[in-house]
Design a binder for this molecule. Sequence first.
Ligand code: 4GM
Length: 225
Amino acid sequence: MIFHVLTLFPEMVKESTSHSILGRAEKAGLIQINAVNIRDFAVNKHGQVDDSPYGGGAGMVMMAQPIYDAYQHALKQSKSPTLPVIYLSPQGKVLTQQKVRELSAEKEIMLICGHYEGLDERIIEEIVTEEISIGDYVLTGGEPAALVLIDAVSRLLSGVLGKEESHQNESFSHENLLEHPHYTRPPVFMGREVPEVLLSGHHAKIEEWRREQSAERTRRKRPGL
Ligand code: 4GM
């Protein structure tokens, strides 16, 4: 899957996706991060990409033209002319695992990272197909939000997670239930024992205990799920 990311901080996007599971996925050719620097499409030799808001007020607004030119540049490198063009913003629909699953079926997606007060409204009208928020809080820039989306989508792609990191029976993948608790060695830590059933070797009982724990935790910690 190809992620085209329009950003003022391409190094931040490339660096953050170069480690651990995503780094391995990129090396294996399972994902590709095409970070396009919006500043390369600045309107003048000073590298200007933002300007003060019409109507007055504090802050700066990202200009439409550099973003449009960066978008056209990314499109030229794409085989999917109708790819989703996603603007990460606090005004978007909040990202869910269901939405992550839907996006993971795409061949390519484009992500636009805003800064300052956001984008000139006309570029949103012209090129954005959906606005997504990663949660009800405000960041200094859209890059961390884009990285969250890239991570959540990438880990669902075939071959990205190894056996060790498998997501067959994790939170949300199984009908909106939270994960059961996990334990590893030692059998006693600070006087706290591992639940006896997990040491019993009785696989059917262990499965039943885990199902009960999942249900109980979901009721107690996330009743809304
Ligand atoms: C738009 C307008 C996304 C975008 C002003 C981006 C939070 C989220 C930005 C802005 C963001 C989110 C960049 N903050 N909740 N900031 O997904 O500052």
